[in-house]
Design a protein around this ligand. Structure first.
Ligand code: IMP
Length: 196
């Protein structure tokens, strides 16, 4: 069985990809390969950051691996918060403060279009591959719903009138940026098995 390091220590994320990819691959967390340092993320783009993290892992731990980076891109704010989504309102990465800042900044604008974008960088045998997942939607006028994390209470995916925080985990995963990027990774890995 092939093993691939997933650049996360979040057991839910590992479990999710493990379920999707069945018994063909085993996914290891950062901890499981002894990576305790914070991975570098110094690029101005999601692609750059995802690659930077994956390259660090590949070069220091010599293991096939992938990493992901996600940003919320708001049209009226010229794509902000984008690469600084997690730290929009400050280094404490506080979801509530981030959402408050977003609603404040968007206050005067009528265009509330936004999208979540996830980029996955995979390195296998030294070769680099990128996969992108996007969900289009809009920013609500106030926080709605209790579930989820991050900006879920203010993000309404296209074709819905509920926020991500008002949807079940399954409903969200079926359309989400991360779900779509992981589906592409899954397709790629399946083809690798047949042709690789
Ligand atoms: P990361 O790259 O997965 O760490 O995501 C960066 C930031 O984007 C997170 O800290 C969250 O604030 C936000 N984010 C990512 N995915 C989601 C999501 O599915 N819902 C809401 N916020 C998200």
């Amino acid at each position: 069985m092939e093993t691939i390091v997933f650049a996360t220590n979040n057991p839910n994320k590992i479990r999710e990809v493990q379920q999707l990819l069945g018994s063909n691959y085993q996914f290891l967390s950062l901890e499981e390969v002894g990576c305790m340092e914070e991975l570098p993320e110094t690029s101005p783009t999601l692609e750059g950051n995802a690659l930077e993290k994956a390259r660090h892992l590949y070069h220091h731990y010599h293991h096939d691996c992938f990493s992901e980076d996600t940003g919320l891109e708001v049209e009226a704010l010229n794509g902000a918060p984008g690469v600084i989504t997690a730290r929009y309102a400050g280094p404490e990465r506080d979801a509530r403060l981030n959402m408050q800042k977003l609603l404040r900044e968007l206050g005067p604008h009528t265009n509330r279009k936004a999208r979540f974008r996830t980029v996955i960088a995979l390195i296998i045998n030294g070769k680099e591959y990128l996969f992108e997942g996007i969900v289009n939607g809009s920013i609500s006028h106030e926080l709605q719903g209790e579930d989820g994390f991050g900006y879920d209470p203010v993000f309404i995916p296209e074709g819905e009138n509920r926020t991500f925080a008002q949807m079940s985990k399954e409903e969200k995963n079926a359309v989400s940026h991360r779900g779509r990027a992981i589906a592409k990774l899954q397709d790629f890995l399946k083809k690798q098995l047949h042709h690789g």
